[in-house]
Ligand binder design. Structure first.
Ligand code: DC
Length: 202
């Protein structure tokens, strides 16, 4: 097995940006596992059953340009609560994590379920208010006119659903290093995460 970095945390805590930067810096492959659930959710919104959508997932599904919307995030969180959907996506994620050159995966259950033996586990979090503010800026830049209160409620609903589901709930692995980015800019957060990896790679 290659060098695996597992990054978990709630929506908009900065884990995607951190994961991409780490993959770049340490020359590791990167998988945004949320995009798998977003693509399944989008196919369900198009009329497929969740299980057919998950089993038939293909690269073109992951290239859709509507996966980052707030609606796709909600749909993803709903299909992600279905054990059959999660089971259908496990093998792909584990194979990705085990690739020779090493990999960074971010999601909700990477350190707990997908890669319990990952060499590095990080749990990236931030207050719901700050995460909502960050996601609002992203969505506004993409042309959305959603308001802060509505988005805060969506973030809180998603946190609740992701962390209370029976199968693979969002929680830090016992051996995860916690990074709270509430009062950090993104470069500081990336540096903190990179320090953890550098220490393990020595
Ligand atoms: O990280 P994201 O916002 O793109 O994730 C979208 C949804 O997918 C999120 O609400 C929960 C789900 N998800 C999951 O259950 N397990 C993962 N490993 C990744 C995402």
């Amino acid at each position: 097995m290659g060098f695996a970095v597992a990054i978990d945390g709630p929506a908009a805590a900065g884990k995607g940006t951190i994961a991409r930067a780490l993959a770049d810096r340490f020359h590791l492959a990167y998988l945004d596992t949320g995009s798998l659930y977003r693509a399944v959710g989008a196919k369900v919104q198009d009329g497929m059953t969740p299980l057919d959508a998950a089993r038939g997932l293909c690269p073109a599904d992951l290239a859709r340009d509507d996966l980052r919307s707030a609606e796709a995030g909600q749909a993803a969180s709903q299909v992600a609560a279905l054990p059959d959907v999660r089971a259908a996506l496990v093998d792909f994620q584990r194979a990705f994590a085990a690739q020779e050159g090493g990999a960074v995966l971010d999601g909700r259950d990477i350190g707990t379920v997908i890669c319990p033996d990952a060499q590095v586990k990080l749990f990236i979090t931030a207050s719901a208010q700050v995460r909502t503010q960050r996601r609002l800026a992203e969505l506004r830049a993409a042309g959305s006119d959603i308001g802060f209160e509505e988005l805060l409620k969506q973030v809180q609903d998603r946190d609740h659903r992701d962390s209370t589901r029976a199968d693979a709930p969002l929680r830090p692995a016992d051996d995860a290093v916690l990074i709270d980015t509430t009062d950090m800019d993104i470069q500081t957060a990336i540096a903190a995460a990179a320090d953890v990896i550098a220490a393990k790679r020595l």
